[in-house]
Design a protein around this ligand. Structure first.
Ligand SMILES: [Zn+2]
Length: 285
């Protein structure tokens, strides 16, 4: 296993180069020296089998490791039976598309607390995660579900909460979105010390075997008093977080996570910048 880098969805430069079809993305990414791609189903799993298989075949051909982002409207803090069934259906649809794409990981958001107490919402989330894992296994899928850290304090998804959820079952991995963590802590997840504390907590909570292959989203993210407001590009110098300190930590630990860059429009170029920072850090170890 090696550390992988790639974009979330298609960058502006991909469209500017005249490409329309995502089936062309793997070859284009390979040309840039990238190794991963996250297919976006945030607004629903609408990709057809033929298209998805075509993308998957190109990804296999060009050595691009695939993951998939599940719909944003999944909310795991609800105990409403109808809602719970719907969530399971969305995840199973994502698993089917992931199988066609050859994607081994699906990223899932946990959800807002709403009118519930945080404790109740968290307990519901635990139960729903277990139900979803059972349904995924019963349907014969072996996709790893990655639970994501979220950018607003009102949503379940602090580092502590995500690691505790992932500790429930070996079939789970964390998707650490460092921009989200920096936004929800109002700028306190950006120094090497702060980032190391997140990695240490993950290792202590879920064990080093899963910690070292964690999934990650990375971008600079603007925030206000309640957390995340919008995704930026690496041109931002105000909000961060910068990738360099994280690159040093990953290289020093010899870990092999998968980094998906979610910059606004420049996600492929910024993924290249992340890869270069990581290579430099690795050469310095
Ligand atoms: Zn996400």
């Amino acid at each position: 296993m090696e550390t992988k880098f790639g974009p979330a969805g298609n960058a502006q430069s991909f469209a500017d180069a005249g490409f329309r079809a995502t089936a062309d993305a793997p070859g284009w990414l390979r040309g840039m020296g990238l190794t991963a791609y996250e297919y976006q189903c945030g607004h629903g799993v609408s990709v057809g089998e033929e298209t998805a298989r075509k993308i998957g075949a190109q990804a296999a051909l060009y050595g691009i490791t695939m993951s998939l982002h599940a719909p944003y409207y999944i909310n795991l803090s609800s105990s409403d039976p109808e809602r719970v069934e719907k969530n399971i259906g969305y995840v199973l649809a994502a698993c089917r598309a992931a199988d066609w794409l050859g994607a081994d990981r699906i990223v899932v958001h946990t959800g807002g607390v709403g009118k519930l107490s945080r404790d109740r919402a968290f307990q519901n989330t635990k139960e729903n995660v277990r139900r979803i894992l059972d349904a995924v296994e019963a349907a014969g899928h072996s996709t790893t579900l990655c639970l994501e850290t979220m950018g607003k304090q009102s949503v379940i998804g602090s580092a502590e909460e995500i690691f505790e959820l992932v500790a429930l079952d070996d079939r789970l991995l964390p998707c650490i979105d460092f921009g989200h963590l920096n936004a929800r802590t109002l700028g306190h997840c950006r120094t090497e010390e702060e980032l190391a504390a997140v990695l240490d907590l993950m290792e202590q909570t879920i064990g080093v075997d899963r910690a070292r292959v964690f999934h990650s989203h990375f971008s600079h993210i603007e925030y206000g008093p309640k957390g995340e407001t919008r995704h930026l590009t690496f041109a931002d110098t105000r909000y961060g977080p910068d990738f360099a300190p994280l690159a040093r930590l990953i290289a020093a630990r010899g870990w092999t996570p998968r980094f998906i860059c979610e910059s606004a429009g420049t996600q492929a170029e910024d993924a290249c910048a992340m890869r270069d920072l990581y290579e430099a850090a690795r050469n310095a170890v």
